[in-house]
Design a protein around this ligand. Sequence first.
Ligand code: GUN
Length: 285
Amino acid sequence: MTAQLIDGLALSRDMRAQLGQRAAALTAAGRRPGLAVILVGDDPASAVYVRNKVKACEEQGLHSVLERYDATLTEAALLARVAALNADPAIHGILVQMPLPRHIDSHRVIESIATEKDVDGFSVHSAGCLMAGLPGLRPATPYGCMKLIESTGLDLRGKHAVVIGRSNTVGKPMALLLLQAHATVTVCHSATPDLALHTRAADVVVVAVGRRNTLRADMVKPGAVVVDVGMNRNDEGKLCGDVDFPAVREALGPEGWITPVPGGVGPMTITMLLVNTLQAAEART
Ligand code: GUN
């Protein structure tokens, strides 16, 4: 018997249906939630991501604006667009798709987004709120991972969670969200000498490295929950995560849980962006 699947598509569908109702209520009150997405350059993967984000907004009745600019856009021009959106009452969330062209300082752009419209949760203010345990907008990917873990029915209190990866967008906020849920958290990364030593003891493993087969069958405990944030291509060009999925699923046994790629974390990231946009719209008085 293999581990049960954590179905991110099904959870997304349920959550988005509820979001649609909240959006309709706000719209009826004359406060239709609005998201602005800015894409600079022509990276094909980024173009797909932003299209999916805008499409998800439209499906749930949110107002959405997609602004696309040539890779030669100056930083000053981008900052001016963000300033205009900060002042636009129809827009409650602003997302500037990363990565930006090298001549633009991403940090400066992120910090220029109004705090209350930072639906990516990437600003120093949002990160500080998470760190301090204060309410605020949480980065969508780790926030979605928390919902996936919750959906298994696991109570994180006192459990040992291992996060592999220490990025500002996933690994670090993930560790803080798990801490807030009373887990004992270990953060592993490229300089961790013996990864398996940690993962074998873990009740929950979140892998966010960007390298396939980072988590293998001999590295997990039966009954654990595994969340795979990775998005890679295998030798056949097929989408795969950071986990050796078939072997790890087998090793986890019938009491274990695992997210597939695709159909796990990916759809939840967009769902949580919508959650954040609604939260931002509802907070606007
Ligand atoms: N690029 C890849 N993922 C993301 C994300 O969640 N937000 C932004 N702004 N850019 C990204």
